[in-house]
Design a protein around this ligand. Structure first.
Ligand SMILES: Cc1cc2nc3c(=O)[nH]c(=O)nc-3n(C[C@H](O)[C@H](O)[C@H](O)COP(=O)(O)O)c2cc1C
Length: 197
């Protein structure tokens, strides 16, 4: 079974967030975790259409590539999510996926009637993001979004790696300390989810 799902949310295949996430994936694999990589731009995924068929079973009714991701999110123990900052929030590819996870929110809170909050502390999310600018509040909006995205997945936002001043493809290659931190975070996440088995 897949331990960790790694979600690439940038439209750039070799962009800064993709490079960082690949390092985290390598770290987790070196620690023995089974990691499945998902590249959002390769998936055929509609935005949420708010038909709320998920109210009956907790499953989204739209038949596209989200269906497979839904099953992976339910089965795994950890998620790594990487998205660049686009207009002070996550990329459109990432947000479309997040909105489809409203079905998981509905499953958890309306179908299974779990109490609000208190996600499973053994299930953990790692968020990786970069932005071109250096403002203090660059990641503020996205952190709230990501925190509640992980909550819908019954996961805690365990760690965020947020890097400013990276714009052009390849910029992160000049920051070995960021790449090391991403690698180490992958190792740490793999250890954390094993420890709570
Ligand atoms: C549509 C778009 C919106 C962006 N909005 C922001 C922004 O609000 N703040 C910022 O600091 N950088 C912004 N950027 C710059 C990206 O965050 C930056 O280029 C980043 O390194 C891209 O990451 P990637 O290589 O993983 O795709 C934007 C870039 C694009 C294409």
């Amino acid at each position: 079974m897949t331990d960790i799902v790694a979600v690439y949310g940038s439209p750039r295949r070799k962009g800064n967030t993709a490079t960082l996430l690949r390092r985290s994936v390598q770290g987790a694999r070196d620690e023995g975790a089974e990691v499945e990589e998902v590249i959002l731009r390769d998936l055929n995924m509609s935005p949420c259409l708010e038909i709320y068929a998920c109210k009956k079973t907790g499953r989204c009714a739209i038949q596209d590539d989200f269906q497979g991701l839904y099953d992976r999110f339910l089965a795994c123990r950890g998620v790594m999510l990487a998205s660049p900052m686009f207009f002070y929030t996550v990329s459109a590819h990432t947000k479309i996926m997040m909105d489809r996870c409203q079905s998981l929110w509905v499953k958890r809170y309306w179908v299974e009637k779990k109490p609000f909050g208190s996600p499973d502390a053994g299930r953990k999310g790692l968020f990786i993001s970069v932005g071109a600018t250096r403002g203090k509040r660059l990641f503020d909006g996205s952190l709230l979004t990501v925190r509640y995205f992980f909550d819908a997945l019954d996961m805690v936002l365990w760690r965020s790696l947020l890097y400013r001043g990276l714009d052009f493809q390849g910029d992160v290659d000049g920051c070995p300390e960021y790449l090391d931190e991403a690698y180490q975070s992958g190792r740490d996440l793999a250890r954390e989810i094993q420890r709570t088995d």
